[in-house]
Design a protein around this ligand. Sequence first.
Ligand code: AVJ
Length: 332
Amino acid sequence: MLRQSQSHPQVELHNHLTVTFNESLAHDVREGLTADRKRLPSKYFYDSRGSRLFDRICSLPEYYLTRTEMKILGDHAHSIMQPFARGDLVEMGSGSHHKISRLLHAVNGTAGAQLRYIPFDVSRNALLEASRELMRRFPQLCIMGYVADFTAHLHLLPHGSKRLFLLFGSTIGNFPGPEAVGLLRNVRAIMAPDDRFLLGLDMVKPPHNLNAAYNDSRGVTSSFNKNILTVINRHLHADFNPAQFDHLAFYNEEKEQVEMHLQAREAATVNIADIDLSVDFKKGETIHTEISRKFTPESARILCAHAGLEISRWFSDAQGWFSLVELVPRRG
Ligand code: AVJ
């Protein structure tokens, strides 16, 4: 299905979502909340309220990730963009426009520059909002947005131009090992030899810094975590009381990942009307809502190698807290 945006001739939107949000939520909630150890996929944090809460997290003093990645992007944008004055910038899970703006800014005004921005996001609204702002800032830019799931729909991308793939924010850290490798392999599978892939990775660092980043003093991360229950209430007519759950986030040193959970304060039964499910919670029982893996130079190299990707350049901050790795497809 193709939808051309009337008011913005520069933007072209393609909608490829085959199952509705409610259908996929219903399936995942049933599977996750009937399991022995209850879990919910972290992608359901991001309705419009959740996305706003996440934006607030990004500017918290404790949450160094966004700030650090933005600084690295600013420092190295020219060098990163040098081979891409012409071509496609494919951003997976694009969300807001700040990071791509840093890269576009570096080529803005370059003679002969001709870039197309291809964001992938499951939220049509997020795509439109970001596109509007980008068109205002970069009137020459062409935008071809995909309302689609980048874990499933990358093969729909147009061919013919040199491409820079982008996955910012350490989003890859939300996927367990095999899934992360699968996702990177999917990108590798459609890369031409001259294409590049810029991947954001949050690095292992002292546990107190990691714990602080996911337990901010203003409680924004707690609201963000509990928002997943609000999403289920609204979309599936459930009766979760978010106030009866505690936000739990900690760095698991052995697994090198931050884990977020929601912990029931008291025993409770929750009814989820639309899927005819009632779920019992014991006092203290948890729902695992997110993993956020942290990397070392070695574990990053191994992850990429498993996906057939080689690190060509490594960009980092002075402390080595966050990395942007530039990847090339390995031959053969
Ligand atoms: C957007 C997935 C990178 O894992 O740090 C922020 C999400 N979770 N605070 C992360 C998040 C709790 C964030 N990512």
